[in-house]
Every structure is written in structure tokens, then in C-alpha cells.
Design a protein around this ligand. Structure first.
Ligand code: CA
Length: 417
């Protein structure tokens, strides 16, 4: 198996086989594109300007922007060539850069010396609802245990158009939202800080090409339009959501902050971890049928870290449980002629698995507050408390190869006064 001359720890998500893309900033410097091997951040603008990426088809200037959109727009073939060249340069046996520390200066940075930025400019954002277990759990809690799934659920990947302005990069802290809530017994709604702030464990895919209005993307073509994936924490305020969501769906309960991991992992890097999805019964309409395996075996963890306390795992799930896959989601999104753009983000929906430890939101873990989680300090959690940090991690692992996403972290700050 290929190794890098940059040290990669056994538990690292970023071996030379990963080569994700992100945007970083050095103190006083401008934002620019990077990749990462182990805990070393590699400045792609510097690499390109010195000619190391010549011949890949990528313009030397394309890495010097504050988003990856210009690079992504060059297409998948160029992205593949760039990843292959980076792997070649940093392969253990290649002295090109390895033996010239003076060339490495200004090109390689320690993780703790830089700050990661939002990787892409997100023009549009869609959030799906594609986990059978999650949709069933929510249906049981809020509607009718006998008819937990609505009649459309197994026939189309349910989704809604969200808001992109409040999608932020890991490390950005979010204030507890304020809004209208109403309990079942109260006659009138009240206004104040949400009492039920929750996370939603999701992965999101990012489209890497644009289509014309009127054009549809088939399930067979869908992955050609997908650049890569990130972890997506779709923060939600359940009390606001319950009162506002009928009849048009989520609104202010979902748009006060969604937090993404900073490194976009390409589908090429995830290729060894393809797995079949769940059997879809009843059969889906022809435009949603997808040949081959479009699910990925991504292990996902959610941890809560109260202020000055150790982190504690509250969920271990897996992206492989998704009932509807990315190819079907994108085919459905575009079947009516809706156009897509470079950098658009598509959340999977909360990823819950079949077991009690694999539920992807506090709503389900604590089952509407009836099964509070015991924390190490003796406190309990039904939802997220002020100054709790939510940590999401995701990685694939097989035969000594581990490819991961790193982390999406956010702290919930008290509501603003
Ligand atoms: Ca969601």
C-alpha cells in the first residue's frame, strides 16, 4: 500500500490515499486551497505557483481563491489528475520535495498553525430525509406509530430547500436560537430561547458541475456531477420546529446554523468503501432505479462535550443505512428540470441506524425526552445545553486503509440577549 514521506498516524483520517480538498488561511495570509496528509496542511496555491502541478490541466491560479468553486469547475478529470500528482509528489520514495526542506517552507503547514475556512461557496442547499429508521422514529413520536411513514416516503426521496447563508465551517460556534414555541397544553405561543436544541448527524454531497434549466440528471450520470462529501451537522430547534412546520415544512428551526467538516473527501477516495444499500420495496419508479452500489460504509460518531468535561459518545451510526442514495437524490432533485450549480450542498437527512446506539439526533436518542442520556459528570441530556460542544466524526476503514472526514465541531452558546 502506498505510503507518504509525511508521517501519518495509525488513527489518521488522512493517509496519502485520501487527498481531500479544503480552504485554509495562515495568520495574516489570504484564504487559499489546500490538501492534507496526516496532520500536515499542503498549500496547493504554493505548489501550483512553483510548477509542481503543471501538466495536470489545472491553471496555476485556480487554487488562490477563497473557495474551491473555481477548482471544482475545472471538472472531475482535472481533479483526478491533481490528486494523482499530489500522491506522486508525496509518495515515500519521491525525493522531489522530500529532500528539499527549503522548498517545503511556505508550502507545508502544521495543522495548529492555520485556520480552516468554508471549503465552497454554497449557492443552494437541499436537505433530504432519506434514512428509513430516522423517518420512522420521527413518525412514531410525532404522528402515528401505526402509520409512521407517510405514503410518499418509499416512493421518492423526500426533501426541502434549505438556506445556504447559515452553513458554516467546523469551529464556528452557534448561539441558541430564539423563536416561537407552543406546547400542546398552552393556548397561545410564547417567544424565547429554544429549549430543545438538537443536532442531526448527516453527510452532505457537493455538486461539481452545473446543468441547464430544463435538464435532468439520470441516476447513471449522477455521480459524475458529485465532487465530494463532508460531514454535516444540521442543527435543529425541535420546539420551534413542532409549532412552525405545518404545512410548508422546516423554516426557522433549521436555518440558524449547520456545521460542515472542512475537508471535502472525493468520491474517488471513498471508492474502496462502496456497499449495497437496503433493498427498496416496493420497487421505485424507473427514473429512480440505480444500477450498482451507491452507498458507502462510513462510520459516524457523535460526541457531546460539556464545558470543562471529557467528550462522551452518544451515537455510532453508519452512512450505509441510507435508504435513498446520492444518485437517486440528485436524479429526483433534477427530474423536473431544476438546474444544479457548482458548490451546491445536499444533506442526506439524519442518519439513524437500526440499533438504539445508532440514532442520529437527541430527539431519538432521548426519545422525546423520556430516556435522558446520563453524562459522566452526573448531569442528564434530553437536548443540547448551553456551552455543550457537539463533535461529529466520520471515517471508512478496511484492510488497514482508513479514509476519513475529520471532524465537524460546534459549541452551542447561550441565546443572545
Ligand atoms: Ca436535516
Amino acid at each position: 500500500m502506498m505510503k507518504s514521506w509525511i508521517e501519518v498516524g495509525k488513527e489518521s483520517d488522512f493517509p496519502i490515499q485520501n487527498i481531500p480538498f479544503g480552504i485554509f488561511k495562515t495568520p495574516g495570509g489570504t484564504a487559499r486551497a489546500a490538501t492534507r496528509i496526516g496532520d500536515v496542511v499542503i498549500d496547493l496555491q504554493a505548489l501550483a505557483l512553483q510548477g509542481f502541478l503543471d501538466g495536470t490541466g489545472a491553471d496555476r491560479e485556480v487554487f488562490g481563491y477563497e473557495t474551491l468553486n473555481p477548482f471544482i469547475s475545472m471538472g472531475k478529470e482535472i481533479c483526478r489528475a491533481v490528486r494523482a500528482r499530489i500522491a506522486e509528489i508525496f509518495e515515500a520514495g519521491n525525493p522531489l520535495l522530500r529532500d528539499y526542506p527549503e522548498k517545503q517552507a511556505g508550502m507545508l503547514f502544521a495543522l495548529n498553525a492555520i485556520e480552516m475556512q468554508m471549503p465552497v461557496h454554497v449557492g443552494d442547499y437541499t436537505d433530504f430525509y432519506s434514512s428509513l429508521e430516522h423517518a420512522t422514529n420521527v413518525g412514531i413520536m410525532f404522528r402515528d406509530p401505526a402509520n409512521a411513514l407517510l405514503p410518499n416516503w418509499k416512493h421518492l426521496p423526500v426533501g426541502y430547500h434549505g438556506r445556504s447563508s447559515s452553513i458554516v465551517v467546523s469551529g464556528t460556534n452557534i448561539h441558541r436560537p430564539k423563536g416561537q414555541t407552543k406546547t400542546d397544553t398552552a393556548g397561545l405561543p410564547e417567544f424565547g430561547p429554544s429549549k430543545q436544541v438538537d443536532f442531526e448527524l448527516e453527510l452532505a454531497f457537493i455538486t461539481g458541475s452545473k446543468t441547464a434549466l430544463g435538464q435532468s440528471v439520470s441516476t447513471a450520470e449522477a455521480e459524475d456531477h458529485i465532487f465530494g462529501m463532508v460531514i454535516f451537522n444540521d442543527l435543529s430547534a425541535r420546539d420551534i420546529q413542532r409549532w412552525e412546520y405545518v404545512p410548508l415544512g422546516p423554516f426557522l428551526a433549521k436555518n440558524f446554523g449547520s456545521v460542515v467538516s472542512p475537508w471535502v473527501v472525493t468520491l474517488d477516495a471513498l471508492e474502496p468503501f462502496r456497499v449495497p444499500g437496503p433493498v427498496q420495496e416496493p420497487a421505485v419508479l424507473p427514473y429512480l432505479q440505480a444500477e450498482g452500489n451507491h452507498n458507502f460504509d462510513v462510520q459516524l460518531d457523535v460526541l457531546i462535550q460539556p464545558e470543562n468535561q471529557p467528550e462522551q459518545r452518544v451515537c455510532h451510526s453508519n452512512y450505509r443505512y441510507m435508504y435513498w442514495n446520492m444518485a437517486q437524490q440528485l436524479a429526483h432533485q433534477t427530474v423536473n428540470g431544476c438546474n444544479i450549480n457548482i458548490g451546491d450542498m445536499y444533506g442526506s437527512g439524519t442518519i439513524s441506524g437500526p440499533t438504539p446506539d445508532s440514532l442520529g439526533s437527541m430527539l431519538e436518542i432521548a426519545w422525546k425526552g423520556t430516556r435522558p442520556v446520563k453524562m459522566a459528570d452526573g448531569s442528564e441530556r434530553k437536548f443540547i445545553h448551553d456551552n455543550d460542544t457537539i463533535i461529529m466524526r466520520g471515517y471508512c476503514e478496511k484492510e488497514n486503509l482508513r479514509i476519513g472526514f475529520g471532524e465537524a465541531i460546534t459549541k452551542i452558546l447561550p441565546a443572545t440577549s
